[in-house]
Design a binder for this molecule. Structure first.
Ligand SMILES: *Cc1c(COP(=O)(O)O)cnc(C)c1O
Length: 357
């Protein structure tokens, strides 16, 4: 157990008004969690402080070689005022997988969960309650040594900041257009694709811009070697329903192992679907589309939960999926996962953690 020192703000900020459009990641709560790491001493000084700017040397390692990691999860307030986290232990485990790859020290799973729960509890009045809204939680670790040599840092900061966020789809689940990128790649096997780290995002921006310019909302990446097999979307994993089966790319080392992906697989199996985690080529999708067996396409990720895909572009072809609207499996997954997250549905899978209990 961490002995977390809590210093509350004496100048609480104005909370967003009910009904105010929150957007994503623009508003921050009154407090944040901070903990230091020093080689030889381990993680120390866990604390909750008023949200404030931090001061680092311009030579701090994170600014130069990108030794950093992040996580993303959400807190939800149910109708009875109870506050829930969704599978936070999975984020903690993924943190350590990312840390291993980036030579960042391990953080005990229970300390991660305690840090997140405690700061969420302190700022629980900031959790919005309108349908589709939530408190987005951003835990992250940065390398802080003042040193320009290329080596793992000996000091780090672990922080957790909180941002009330709006419904991803302001007018209900809306299918998006996706651009299958055939020029740039995001990750390769042996690289950092499975790690949740800023470098992957830096590498993705140019393709994202290209897709936007062409009128598509997200990029779907192909594998970095053959540029043939489907990997994942910008910040989502991807699923296809082909001739009644649920198909998703296998975790190959270059794909981020999404928690929503895992939850989706478990639910589909529990509902009796055959689920295949395997290689799937863009050509196979085109073929299924031509044969009329590509029934649904959807992305999975914490931000949107389930994101139906209405349109897929690959080279010169633009495929319309089904009739371009949200499919029944996408809808059922969205309703079930958000129902469990907000406490509306019973927690049959044991995925909820109540905060402050
Ligand atoms: C975070 C992330 C996902 C989705 O993971 P969830 O745990 O479901 O939110 C998928 N792809 C990338 C690249 C990500 O960073």
């Amino acid at each position: 157990m961490l002995d977390i020192k809590i210093t509350k703000t004496t100048e609480p900020k104005q909370k967003p008004a009910a009904g105010q459009k929150l957007g994503f990641g623009k508003i921050f709560t009154d407090h944040m969690f901070v903990m230091n790491y020093t080689e030889g001493k381990g993680w120390h000084d866990p604390r909750i402080e008023p949200f404030h700017n931090i001061s680092l040397s311009p030579a701090a390692m994170v600014y130069h070689y990108g030794q950093e990691m992040f996580e993303g999860l959400k807190a939800y307030k149910g109708e009875d005022g109870k506050v829930f986290l969704f599978r936070p232990d999975m984020n903690a485990k993924r943190t350590n997988n990312t840390n291993d790859r980036l030579v960042i020290p391990q953080l005990p799973v229970e300390d991660f969960v305690q840090a997140v729960s405690t700061v969420v509890d302190v700022d629980r009045d900031w959790i919005p309650t309108e349908p589709g809204t939530s408190l987005y939680i951003r835990p992250f670790i940065i390398a802080t040594d003042e040193f320009l040599g290329v080596a793992p840092s000996k000091t780090y900061l672990f922080m957790v900041i909180l941002s009330p966020s709006g419904a991803y789809y302001e007018s209900g689940l809306a299918p998006v257009g996706i651009w299958i990128e055939d020029e740039y790649v995001r990750a390769v096997r042996g690289g950092i694709g499975f790690a949740k780290t800023g470098g992957n995002y830096a590498a993705s921006l140019i393709a994202q811009q290209k897709a936007h310019d062409a009128g598509f909302s997200q990029v779907l990446w192909l594998d970095g070697v053959e540029r043939k097999y489907i990997e994942e979307v910008g910040a989502m994993n991807i699923f296809f329903k082909i001739a009644g089966k649920v198909v998703t790319p296998a975790l190959s080392g270059s794909i981020l192992p999404g928690i929503t992906r895992d939850s989706t697989i478990q639910l589909c199996k529990a509902w009796g679907y055959e689920v295949e985690e395997r290689k799937i080529s863009a050509d196979e999708l085109l073929q299924a589309q031509k044969e009329g067996t590509l029934e649904e396409v959807f992305g999975t990720g914490t931000a949107a939960v389930i994101s139906p895909v209405g349109k897929l572009r690959f080279k010169d072809e633009v495929m319309t999926i089904g009739d371009g609207t949200t499919g029944p499996l996408s809808m059922k997954l969205y309703d079930t996962i958000t129902g469990i997250q907000t406490g509306k549905l019973p927690d049959t899978m044991g995925w909820r953690l109540e905060v402050g209990k």
